[in-house]
Design a protein around this ligand. Structure first.
Ligand code: SF4
Length: 437
């Protein structure tokens, strides 16, 4: 908290301003004490000066010679890349530091490396054209590059790290755009990577502006970890470009409350002021954020910077990540410990992304103890058991799927021809409700 003194005419006002959560003193910024502030504020400086070898890392974090040998072994299979900014958040003397464990390799990546598979989500199989994953009817994923500013040790796309940094060619981008143009069911395009914000702003604008020419593309989403690992990238030029091509949503990836620094908060604020809503997708990681308290602190911190906790992912079964994975029950218990104990806005949806391209499935605590066609017996977050009358359908045609006779009904796919026109300009009067004081 800090006190700001303002003078208006002959009056002096004192205002108390809450500082964003995170560590305002920038603890290990001291590791880069000789770096001029102008460089520190420049994302390209951070990108050029990423720590990519074990010997460089040892200049900042104490590593025994045994550790160095082990890490070099890991880095041959799974390379490392850490931005100076993210490195500055690490407590150098704590091997179990939750920030460090996301960035610094572990020998367990290779000793447990046979567990899991390279591509459990079968993204390669579901690629309609190179770089474009089309799994769900109304949305596609464009993978534009495999370059990331930081290589997160729990990454689902670790398989790409060996390939040494590629960006889709103009021809590949054209093929992806042509596919989207041909498929009228696609209303939502997710731009991902690697990290798509490693591309220059002008390159990104070229792709986004061409997507915007496709009538049936309603929204564009960008998946990026830049606000967390290199928030300086979210500069005025990028925000101005994004605001020209809305609606654009941005999904980022905070995993721990200590990542919510003043720099990260400012980056999210710039996006929000440019009309870009920011959601968070975190991954449940052993020893990093696998308790109710850790998730509460993370989600409360996110809400304070106006970022919505959206998904909490079960860590995918990717080779080299087993040491960071938790049993599914841990995630369900965390949601149970949050739901009702804090505002619903702070509770993410816990999901498993199923192998073989099965898609995301929410995992929830079971609150329904018994159910008939006319009544449910439900426990609440305090464990109280309460009965709830289930309103009956007046005819079987009205609700053919009764709770006691689940029937799968195919959902029609909407195209531009069958989709109801989207109303522009907000809600009409009849959609509004009055809220009594
Ligand atoms: S930013 Fe995302 S894609 Fe890149 S290494 Fe981290 S988890 Fe993987």
């Amino acid at each position: 908290m800090r006190i700001i003194v303002k003078t208006t005419g002959d009056r002096t006002l004192e205002e108390v301003e809450e500082e964003p959560p995170g560590r305002a003193d920038g603890p290990a910024r001291r590791l880069f004490a000789d770096t001029p502030q102008a460089d520190w504020d420049n994302w390209k400086w951070h990108f050029r000066n990423r720590i990519t070898t074990v010997d460089e890392l040892a200049r900042y974090i104490p590593l025994s010679s045994r550790e160095r040998t082990r890490l070099k072994l890991v880095a041959r299979k799974f390379p490392l890349s850490i931005t100076p900014y993210y490195l500055s958040l690490i407590c150098p003397h704590d091997p179990d530091d939750p920030i460090r464990r996301q960035a610094v390799p572990s020998i367990l990546e290779v000793t447990m490396g046979s567990v899991g598979s390279e591509d459990p989500l079968q993204e390669k199989r579901d690629s309609a054209v190179p770089g474009l994953v089309h799994r769900y009817p109304d949305r596609v994923l464009m993978v534009l590059t495999d370059i990331c500013p930081m290589l997160c040790r729990h990454c689902t796309r670790k398989r790409e790290w060996h390939k040494g940094g590629w960006v889709r060619t103009p021809e590949e981008i054209d093929n992806m755009l042509a596919y989207i143009r041909r498929h009228e069911t696609v209303r939502d395009v997710i731009i991902s990577g690697g990290d798509p914000l490693t591309l220059s702003t002008s390159h990104l604008e070229y792709i986004i502006s061409r997507l915007r020419l496709i009538e049936h593309v309603e929204i564009i989403r960008i998946g990026t970890r830049f606000p967390v690992v290199l928030p300086q990238r979210i500069d005025d030029e990028l925000c101005a470009m994004l605001s020209r091509h809305g609606p654009i949503w941005l999904n980022t990836h905070f995993n721990h409350e200590r990542e919510i620094t003043p720099e990260a908060a400012a980056a999210c604020d710039r996006l929000l002021r440019s009309g870009v809503p920011v959601n968070n997708q975190s991954v449940l990681l052993k020893g990093i954020n696998d308790t109710v308290e850790a998730q509460m602190r993370l989600c409360h911190g996110l809400l304070r910077i106006k970022v919505r906790p959206y998904y909490l992912f079960q860590c995918d079964e990717v080779q080299g990540t087993e040491h960071l994975r938790t049993p599914v029950e841990v995630g369900v218990k965390i949601i149970e410990g949050m739901r009702g104990h804090t505002s619903g806005l702070a509770v993410p949806t816990f999901v498993i992304d199923l192998p073989e391209g099965g898609g995301k499935v929410p995992m929830q605590p079971d609150y329904v103890l018994a159910q008939t066609a006319s009544e449910l017996t439900v426990r609440n977050y305090e464990g109280r058991v309460i009965r709830f009358r289930n309103p009956g359908a007046s005819t079987e045609q009205e609700y053919p799927e009764r709770a006691d006779s689940p029937v799968a009904v195919p959902v029609p796919v909407m195209t531009t021809k069958t989709r109801r026109p989207t109303r522009q300009g907000g809600a009409r009067h009849e959609d509004r409700v009055s809220v009594r004081p």
